[in-house]
Design a protein around this ligand. Structure first.
Ligand SMILES: Cc1ncc(COP(=O)(O)O)c(C=O)c1O
Length: 379
């Protein structure tokens, strides 16, 4: 048996998404910028996809810009805010994805911005009081805080943060890569200027995503070239990716509650069986809480002599999941997220992340292996 529990890293392609992409791969080879019929057909497929996505998010199609994925979208939002919108101060957290952290650090290194990190509580949750303190500066600020944390499963109250940003006239960027397709997002109800998406996190293809840019703001191109994406991002479009992205989001949104119940059931089951079977187990961040990402469970095992071998042994047993300990020993570079919340305490941590394709039998198999690998070694 092989079990894939690394769905926060990426998800398998849904066969229905592949079905939607195949005609474009086979016949839709025209260049969307060409004015002849071959071009017009694929251009129409792109614009229909844009409309589908905009409708799901309650946005305007003109607010959706296709990108190569989450990283490009995060980079573009942050760079453009500084270059085009007068941002001189960025407020973020130490548990953001590197697509955000490395971008803001680069801007700070270049002397273009002042960087502030918002305080986190003992579970890694953002302090809204401290955020408000930071927003009270006179500089024009960009708040960049992720909606769902890919390691800890922590969820940011998007609406409340949006209101704080509105109160202090700040721009708000939220990396929604982990929540897109898993949580309903209604952009009419949230004051947010940029959100980001990567299709491969909800059974779509890799290398495609989008950046939502609110109509309230106007930026300059972020990839120079042709007139694609309303002059903002040059380059011949990834047409089959775009069609796959729209299909994946459509499927994820229309079955969201059903998938949520299934996945949440698996997560709770795993949590309970782990607590019953492995003494001293703990859960990182907010991942054991009802309000966290239902796709993520981050487990801290009690340290053993063989802690460093845990992931390796799981892999040998056919189980795919992600590691991340706070310490940087061995080949694992360590998790900047666990380090930010728990310091250098070395707790062998494993992130299990689930999808609609996982089953209860798979969870039983994983817990059995963990018992074999772990409990035996402790005693
Ligand atoms: C929270 C978050 N942001 C951004 C990204 C980057 O997305 P992509 O791999 O599509 O560039 C990821 C994926 O690993 C992610 O989990």
């Amino acid at each position: 048996m092989r079990v894939y529990l690394d769905n926060a890293a990426t998800t398998p392609l849904d066969p229905e998404v592949l079905e939607a992409m195949l005609p474009v791969l086979k016949q839709g080879f025209g260049n969307p910028s060409s004015i002849h019929a071959y071009g017009r057909e694929v251009k129409a497929a792109i614009e229909n996809s844009r409309k589908t996505i905009a409708k799901i998010l309650h946005a305007a199609p003109s607010e959706i810009f296709f990108t190569s994925g989450g990283t490009e979208a995060d980079n573009a939002a942050i760079f453009c805010s500084v270059r085009d919108l007068g941002i001189r101060h960025i407020i973020t957290s130490r548990i953001e994805h590197h697509a955000v952290l490395h971008t803001v650090e680069e801007l700070e290194r270049e002397g273009k911005i002042k960087l502030s990190f918002v305080n986190l509580d003992e579970k890694g949750k953002v302090s809204l009081e401290h955020l408000e303190e930071l927003l009270k500066t006179n500089e024009r600020s960009l708040v960049s805080l992720m909606h769902g944390n890919n390691e800890l499963g922590n969820i940011l109250p998007l609406k409340e943060v949006g209101e704080l940003c509105l109160k202090y006239n700040a721009l708000f960027h939220s990396d929604t890569v982990q929540t897109m397709g898993h949580f309903p997002i209604n952009l009419q109800e949230i004051n947010v200027h940029f959100i980001t998406c990567a299709a491969h996190k909800f059974h779509g293809p890799k290398g495609i995503g989008f950046l939502f840019i609110s109509n309230k703001i106007k930026i300059q191109p972020f990839i120079f070239g042709g007139a694609q994406e309303r002059n903002m991002r040059g380059g011949t479009e990834n047409v089959y990716g775009i069609v796959g992205l729209a299909k994946a989001l459509e499927l994820a949104s229309s079955h969201m509650e059903e998938h949520k119940q299934h996945i949440l059931g698996l997560k709770k089951y795993m949590l309970e069986t782990l607590v019953e079977n492995i003494p001293g187990i703990q859960f990182n961040g907010d991942s054991a809480n009802e309000n966290s990402l239902y796709t993520v469970l981050n487990v801290a095992f009690p340290p053993t002599e063989n802690s460093e071998m845990l992931l390796f042994n799981l892999d040998i047993a056919g189980i795919a999941c992600s590691g991340g300990s706070a310490c940087s020993s061995g080949s694992n570079a360590g998790s900047h997220v666990l380090k930010a919340v728990y310091g250098d305490v070395d707790r062998p941590s494993v992130r299990f992340s689930f999808s609609k394709y996982n089953t209860k039998e798979e969870i039983d198999f994983v817990v059995e292996k963990l018992k074999e690998l772990y409990v035996v070694k402790v005693s």
